[in-house]
Design a protein around this ligand. Structure first.
Ligand code: NCD
Length: 326
């Protein structure tokens, strides 16, 4: 999608962060390395650096969020930004104002950076195409399309525990069809040269063109987990399902739920991940979620540093553009 290129300037530096598609290995690695440098800030007595001092960030969440919204807000606070978090339920969009009018009104408040989550695929691109030059847009999840900061915190988690992507087999299990997270993860894993990326799902929860994304498709969980180093479980996104795509949750758990028993098919030192929110007993057994192979809470922690990294890379760029020192 050429529209993805609006996230980079002519020198390949980040202006917006809209999707993993269209980015290269150098920039993804720079995000991971920059995030690494931010992890120690959490251990300081004063958990703050002045990188976004004087900048105003607006968080626009048109869909529910727990982890993404709070870790974006913490990342912004740790970078010393001024923050406006718009409660979309009570905002004028529910009174019929268009997305573009909402944007224009917020721009009139001199916002420097927008973090947006919206139910429509393409909404973050739309925002980025319409903001004034120098204003940045970060996609916190658009419809079924992309969730690039989630994918990057997942890559950070994988690199932290497993080091070298070129030696790894990764399986993404569950509702791939409705998952913006899976799409972004697949692009990131391939850009980072992962040895093998598998998706494991019933046929009804796979997009028609899955193989063209550069993955191996499995419909059987035991087979799909064989020799796997990283297992990423996904939630059944029932709010996006039209009609019955599944017999029952019980049957789904029997076939595709990650139990201790099924996890034995993977490498003994495989890590188990989940972007959240997780449904215990539906896609993942409680004991696996709390077990010693689970790194699900580490993902949440790393989300702060990764979001700090992306925002600081974007600001570094716009500071140079405006001739300010970095
Ligand atoms: C995901 C999302 O919203 O796309 N969650 C998240 O951001 N951590 C996945 C989901 O809702 O299942």
């Amino acid at each position: 999608m050429p529209a993805d290129n609006i996230q980079l300037d002519e020198n390949g530096k980040l202006l917006h962060f809209l999707s993993i598609e269209g980015l290269n290995q150098t920039i993804l690695t720079e995000i991971l390395d920059t995030a690494e440098s931010f992890t120690s800030i959490a251990d300081r007595q004063v958990k703050k650096v002045p990188i976004l001092r004087g900048k105003t960030v607006a968080n626009l969440f048109f869909e529910p969020s727990t982890r993404t919204r709070s870790t974006f807000e913490l990342a912004e606070q740790r970078l010393s930004a001024d923050i406006l978090s718009l409660n979309v339920d009570t905002s004028a969009t529910t009174k019929g104002e268009s997305l573009l009018d909402t944007l224009r009104n917020l721009e009139a408040m001199q916002i420097d950076m927008f973090v947006i989550r919206h139910q429509d695929s393409g909404s973050a691109h739309f925002f980025a195409q319409h903001v004034r030059p120098g204003v940045s847009v970060l996609n916190a999840g658009d419809g079924q399309h992309a969730h690039p900061t989630q994918a990057m915190l997942d890559m950070f988690t994988i690199r932290h525990f497993k080091k070298d992507f070129s030696q790894l087999r990764v399986a993404i299990v569950g509702d791939i069809l409705h998952s913006r997270v899976a799409r972004s993860q697949i692009h990131a894993l391939n850009i980072l040269n992962t040895a093998e990326v598998r998706v494991v799902a019933p046929r009804t929860l796979l997009p028609v063109d899955t193989e063209s994304l550069g993955v191996h498709v499995y419909n059987n969980l035991e087979k799909g987990l064989k020799d796997i180093d990283v297992v990423i479980m996904l939630r059944l996104q029932k709010e996006r399902m039209r009609g019955a795509l599944l017999p029952s949750e019980k049957e789904y758990f029997r076939l595709y739920g990650l139990s201790q028993e099924k996890l034995k098919n993977a490498h003994p030192d495989a890590i188990v991940m989940h972007p959240g929110p997780a449904n215990r007993g539906v896609e993942i057994e409680s004991s696996v979620m709390d077990g010693n192979q689970s790194v699900i809470l580490n993902q949440v922690t790393f989300g702060i540093s990764v979001r700090m990294a992306v925002m600081s890379m974007i600001v570094g760029q716009s500071r140079q553009q405006s001739g300010e020192e970095s």
